[in-house]
Design a protein around this ligand. Structure first.
Ligand code: SF4
Length: 76
């Protein structure tokens, strides 16, 4: 049976969270009887996205409140 897991892909400071947050990737791993199949990436999220979504001000694309701003695409 295929297995789904979240893995950290990138860690950086975010001013909205006031600390380090992670960009996480959702991966579907192949079942044991198909070991040659590569893992499939099916989604991304920010580890702090749910909390930012509850803020009264727009934050970023990962919180779903500001599609024009992606903190993870900025250079550190
Ligand atoms: S959801 Fe966006 S604003 Fe909030 S911590 Fe993550 S990257 Fe920063």
């Amino acid at each position: 049976m295929a297995e789904k897991r979240w893995y950290p892909a990138k860690t950086q400071y975010c001013k909205h969270a006031g600390g380090e947050v992670q960009l996480e990737v959702h991966v579907v791993l192949p079942p044991e009887y198909l070991p040659d199949q590569p893992p499939h990436v099916v989604g991304h999220r920010c580890s702090h996205g749910l909390q930012c979504n509850l803020l009264t001000q727009p934050s970023c694309v990962w919180a779903g409140t500001n599609p024009a701003y992606d903190p993870f695409s900025e250079e550190e």
